[in-house]
Design a protein around this ligand. Structure first.
Ligand SMILES: Cc1cc2nc3c(=O)[nH]c(=O)nc-3n(C[C@H](O)[C@H](O)[C@H](O)COP(=O)(O)OP(=O)(O)OC[C@H]3O[C@@H](n4cnc5c(N)ncnc54)[C@H](O)[C@@H]3O)c2cc1C
Length: 493
């Protein structure tokens, strides 16, 4: 049996490959860079453990914990310190605890009486019935008020998408919020009355889902899956072309393409590397949307005509795959800094702080990494992981590392009372970090459905299709397995 080709050894591709292999279906995972994990990157150095990409994995679905167990990683799972539940949002130039209960909400200094009244009024606000897509900013102002948008949702959007609330689509980027309004007529009523339905589905809301990592950081998960997959994972191997054949797909791959990091862009090299064509039964694309746009694709020759390289026959539209280059991925720089405990006034006990734009700081937010997982810093020290750039200030990421560190230190000085020089510092730039599910994103999802319907045996999974969180991508990788297995049919053991 010809193997299933999986393009991309980020967590989506590895999860899909792992479960296909367990079903007895042979796989080959092609990864353009020299490492597995995609945007997941953990670094252990001199007693510090830095995470540059995701910091925690939210267990929003039972499939996530199941993957950890199936990979044999249960004993390496690290749950956060219970004290680290507290989240802060910056207002009046200082971090204020986010309320964790209705009473806490009524007494918090984070919101004025006007915003509190808006929440009490929300169940009585009329629901929108025309079904038109709107931005998260429009949605929040319509159901709550401007203060809620500026002080809370803007910060949340920066924390999840590094995005712009005036551009992100509520239906595409926050579908659960849109569904609560559609089904219950109100977010608050939906929270209360939707609890039973969530329980039955086994799903856990993101704000309540347990979060975790591993003893040596999140990189443990892709590394372990890669070990389980053995020589089925081909590093430094970029897929450049997909050709549909009579009984599957032929992939053109470029070996030793030397791509240093996950989704980074590189100067094009003049060196010609050998390319090969390899036959596969099916293909799952688990890369990024912008790399998808670069793939050449040739559909099988229909009996009546020449090979087609384009799915869209509609006038005025670009060839299907090229349309994915329009999906915006703003840049993000992760700045991980270690300080001596006595050089930081704030206790930094909690998950971290989110910062709305209106407060005028450069950083989007900071995770109190060593409060979450104490083994992230040597004794007597703490680690703070800050993000800079995103849609808010994309130009800042172009600064040299030393300037980025200085900018972050200045914000941390005001917000957390950080003094002294960092004892540890490391920056990683993601030139194209997180896809923006902006208003209109639905057409890219429709296009993916259209391509899958026309190109039998070609499947799409990952952060550009099924949600951007690490948990969403794992579920996406797990779910695609059933569809691919169904396409291939029974496997002889
Ligand atoms: C800075 C940052 C912080 C984040 N923080 C969190 C967090 O705290 N919690 C959370 O839940 N989520 C977080 N996320 C999001 C989450 O980490 C990602 O959505 C998820 O890891 C994406 O996984 P993926 O496998 O879909 O894609 P990727 O990790 O992007 O992997 C895709 C892989 O495909 C390869 N590839 C692409 N094209 C080709 C080709 N033609 N041939 C071969 N290989 C190819 C790439 O080299 C890459 O390795 C964060 C993301 C970033 C960038």
């Amino acid at each position: 049996m010809k193997p299933v080709a999986i393009i991309g050894a980020g967590i989506t591709g590895l999860a899909a490959a792992f479960y296909l292999k367990r079903k007895g279906i042979p796989v080959t995972v092609y990864e353009a860079s020299g490492r597995v994990g995609g945007v997941i990157q953990s670094l252990r150095q001199d007693g510090w453990l830095a995470e540059f990409g995701p910091n925690t994995l939210l267990e929003t679905s039972p499939k996530i914990g199941q993957l950890v167990r199936d990979a044999g990683l249960q004993s390496r799972r690290l749950d956060p310190d219970p004290k680290a539940e507290t989240r802060y949002v910056v207002r009046y130039q200082r971090p204020i605890e986010m309320p964790g209960s209705p009473l806490g909400f009524l007494t918090t200094k984070l919101f004025t009486a006007g915003a509190k009244l808006a929440v009490l009024r929300e169940p009585f606000m009329p629901r929108r019935r025309d079904g038109a897509e709107e931005s998260i900013a429009q949605f929040v102002v319509r159901r709550l008020n401007q203060e809620f948008l500026d002080q809370a949702i803007d910060a949340l959007v920066a924390g999840v998408y590094a995005g712009d609330p005036y551009k992100l689509s509520v239906q595409q980027a926050f579908p659960k919020l849109a569904q609560l309004e559609a089904r219950y007529g109100s977010l608050i009523r939906g929270q209360i009355f939707g609890a039973g339905a969530r329980k039955r589905s086994g799903e856990v809301a993101k704000d309540r889902a347990p979060k975790f990592s591993f003893d040596e950081g999140l990189q443990v998960l892709p590394d372990t899956l890669a070990v389980r997959l053995g020589n089925a994972v081909k590093l430094n191997t970029r897929v450049t072309k997909l050709t549909q054949t009579a009984d599957g797909w032929a992939l053109t791959v470029l070996e030793n393409g030397r791509e240093p990091q996950g989704n980074f862009e590189h100067p094009t090299s003049n060196i010609q590397h050998p390319s090969f064509q390899i036959e596969h039964s099916a293909v799952i694309y688990c890369g990024t949307a912008f790399k998808l746009a670069e793939l050449q694709i040739e559909l099988g020759t229909p009996a009546s005509g020449p090979a087609r390289s384009d799915f869209t026959k509609k006038p005025g539209r670009r060839p299907a795959f090229q349309e994915f280059s329009e999906i915006r991925y703003p840049p993000v720089a992760s700045v991980v800094l270690g300080f001596r405990r006595e050089d930081v006034t704030h206790p930094c006990e909690g998950f971290g702080m989110l910062i709305p734009k209106i407060e005028g700081f450069k950083i989007l937010g900071t995770i109190f990494s060593s409060s979450l997982f104490p083994n992230r810093a040597p004794t007597g020290h703490l680690t703070l992981t800050s993000y800079i750039g995103g849609e808010r200030y994309p130009e800042l990421v172009l600064l040299p590392a030393e300037k980025l560190v200085a900018l972050v230190c200045e914000d941390l000085r005001v917000l957390l009372g950080v003094t002294g020089k960092p004892a540890f510092q490391h920056c990683v730039l993601y030139p194209k970090a997180i896809p923006q599910y902006n208003v209109g994103y639905g057409r890219y999802r429709e296009l993916m459905n259209e391509i899958e319907n026309k190109a039998a045996g070609l499947f799409f999974a990952g952060h550009y299709r099924d949600g951007v969180s690490l948990g969403d991508t794992i579920v996406s990788g797990v779910n695609i397995v059933e569809r691919v297995a169904g396409f291939i049919g029974p496997v002889a053991n």
